[in-house]
Design a protein around this ligand. Structure first.
Ligand SMILES: [Cu+2]
Length: 216
């Protein structure tokens, strides 16, 4: 027995836990970096709508929650490409004056919404990782893609082709996907340290939209 009262011991323990928590927070803040990924096509032009997925190799990523919207405008899905974390619910409003019937036959999510206009009653939850190809039973040329990933660290390139992510330090597997890929981009390992990191990615995009690139 060290003679300290139970109250004093509890106070010291609380102070110690507080200090550990602060240290952990500091280490986490110090051990993160902005990662810029520059994606260009074979011609050197920026490649929009490229999905970038960082799978952490050094442990489980933190839980995260998000939602997404895929609209239907002028008989097109907007956006064409969406990437979400496993468990995310997506809402499918219909902004057209005609009705659409959204469906998917993909193994990662099979579903059909009833023919509708306006807002459907329920969002759809994407609970299995993989690629989900969306179509409309009325309009065959309507197609969109949902990449479902088991990590909170992902991005889709804007028209600039440049995506920025804030990643905790550690090792990752980087997967790259675009619906029009003519050749798969091999996954690569990336190590994030405290300093900003810039990565260059080249994607070979086919002009023909007849086939959909395999999900990495
Ligand atoms: Cu339609």
């Amino acid at each position: 027995m060290n003679g300290a009262s139970p109250g004093a011991r509890a106070g010291r323990t609380a102070a110690l836990i507080g200090s550990i928590a602060q240290t952990a927070m500091f280490a986490h803040a110090a051990g993160a970096a902005v990662v810029s990924v520059h994606v260009v096509g074979a011609s050197g032009m920026p490649a929009a709508d490229t999905v970038l997925v960082f799978d952490p190799l050094d442990g489980e990523p933190p839980a995260s929650r998000n939602s997404a919207i895929i609209d239907q405008v002028h008989k097109q899905f907007v956006p064409r490409v969406t990437v979400v974390r496993t468990g995310t619910s997506i809402t499918f409003p219909n902004s057209d004056q005609i009705r659409h019937q959204v469906y998917s036959f993909s193994p990662a999510k099979k579903f059909t919404l009833k023919l509708y206009a306006g807002m459907p009653s329920e969002p759809v939850t994407f609970d299995t990782p993989g690629l989900v190809v969306l179509g409309c039973n009325i309009h065959d040329n309507m197609v969109a893609f949902v990449g479902v990933v088991d990590t909170p660290y992902f991005a889709k390139t804007p028209p600039s082709g440049i995506a920025e992510l804030n990643l905790p330090a550690g090792r990752y597997r980087l997967r790259v996907w675009h619906p029009d890929l003519a050749a798969a981009v091999p996954p690569r390992q990336v190590e994030v340290q405290a300093a900003p990191l810039t990565l260059a990615v080249v994607v070979d995009l086919a002009n023909s939209p007849a086939s959909v690139a395999a999900w990495p």
